[in-house]
Design a protein around this ligand. Structure first.
Ligand SMILES: [Zn+2]
Length: 375
């Protein structure tokens, strides 16, 4: 009754005010902070803000980094909390993986596992203080996925979830990220447990490259190749407990439990490809090499990495790949989908959907010139 009275009294004035506001907004853009923000949500996150997480097989140095990550979310003012509980099903751990990604978030139905990759963080930072900043930024970023934040959100604003952020400067949730949490965690149904036969989308944080030339110099080899076969496999970190130090070896002085070992597993698919041409490096035509990519089967569940196209699922028959040689002799892409499908000299994206070819390279001559400007 009250509402009705109010309605009959105010409509004309309300319309006038609204029209005025629209006109002003049209003339002078962003006055209201979140009016222009667009958000996306990641379905692999949980649907509650108050969560519990266990630390897996890490020493006190690394437990300290994870404590910082949890407190950054607790202090974000969005009602999020990550209680550290040793028997929690969700876990955060760290290891020396031979790959280039900095961290992986893996959903398992009603819980998740996070792995932070120290080898890559160590390789990309030049001193202990930068390493600590990057490690904390990565750990806080991964917890953001548990709150349904996606990678590389559709904004030009600074975001903890952007892969191209400066990891030594952006380590805490930003204003945009906080708004994104509020947007994504409004009245959602709880996730149910993942079952055998289910598909889960995990999220890996790769380094980004500013340009084609930048990516070319980061690659150990650049080859044209075709797929021979692919097999599912599991990637484990280097688990030595007495090499390195507490900072660069999270398992230094720590003996992982059976559950820790389970949580440290990363499902990968290893493809054998035959090289037909080498644009960089010394591989010979006809040579077979192995390439490990994120995603594959683990415990009967199919894991897909959000931005990775497995070569077995790529759209063409021949590929141009930017690869890094790992210390075990197996190759990996320098980033997710850092390659092209080659068809009659034209380069297109591996997933067959993106209209933008990676790094803006659309033809073999463009690529050749990026490697050697004299060509
Ligand atoms: Zn991420």
């Amino acid at each position: 009754m009250f509402a009705k009275t109010a309605h009959s009294h105010f409509p004309r004035r309300l319309i006038a005010v609204l029209t005025g506001a629209l006109l002003i907004t049209g003339a002078i853009p962003p006055i209201i902070a979140h009016a222009e923000d667009t958000f996306e949500c990641y379905n692999g996150g949980l649907t509650t803000k108050a969560q519990a997480v266990a630390y897996g097989a890490v020493n006190s140095t690394w437990a300290g980094y994870f404590d910082t990550a949890r407190s950054r979310w607790a202090n974000a003012g969005v009602g999020a909390s990550f209680a550290k509980i040793s028997f929690a099903t969700s876990s955060i751990t760290a290891g020396r993986y031979s790959d280039s990604w900095f961290g992986i978030y893996m959903p398992h139905g009603s819980y998740y596992s996070i792995k932070v990759n120290i080898r890559s963080l160590d390789a990309k930072t030049s001193n202990a203080s930068t390493f600590a900043l990057w490690s904390k930024s990565t750990s806080t970023h991964e917890l953001g996925h548990a709150l349904r934040l996606p990678d590389n959100p559709p904004t030009t604003k600074t975001s903890l979830m952007s892969h191209s952020r400066d990891r030594s400067k952006v380590g805490s949730p930003t204003a945009y990220d906080k708004a994104n949490v509020k947007y994504c965690l409004g009245g959602l149904p709880t996730r149910t447990g993942s079952t055998v036969g289910a598909t889960e989308v995990m999220s890996a944080d790769y380094p980004t490259y500013d340009s084609l030339a930048d990516a070319m110099s980061a690659a150990d080899v650049v080859v044209r190749a075709s797929l021979v076969r692919s097999v599912a496999s599991v990637l484990m970190p280097d688990l030595s407990t007495n090499t390195g130090d507490a900072r660069t070896n999270p398992q230094y002085g720590v003996r992982p439990t059976a559950k820790d070992l389970q949580d440290l597993r990363v499902p990968v698919t290893v493809s054998t490809v035959q090289v037909s041409e080498t644009l960089k490096g010394s591989l010979k035509p006809g040579q077979d090499i192995k390439i490990s990519q994120l995603g594959g089967q683990l415990d009967g569940v199919q894991y897909r990495e959000a931005s990775t196209t497995l070569l077995a699922n790529a759209s063409g028959d021949e590929y141009l790949l930017l690869l890094r040689k790992r210390n075990d002799g197996v190759y990996e892409m320098i980033g997710a989908d850092s390659g092209w499908v080659v068809q009659r000299g034209r380069l297109t994206s591996l997933n067959g959907q993106s209209t933008n070819a990676p790094f803006g390279a659309t033809s073999l001559p463009i690529l050749s010139r990026a490697i050697d400007p004299a060509r």
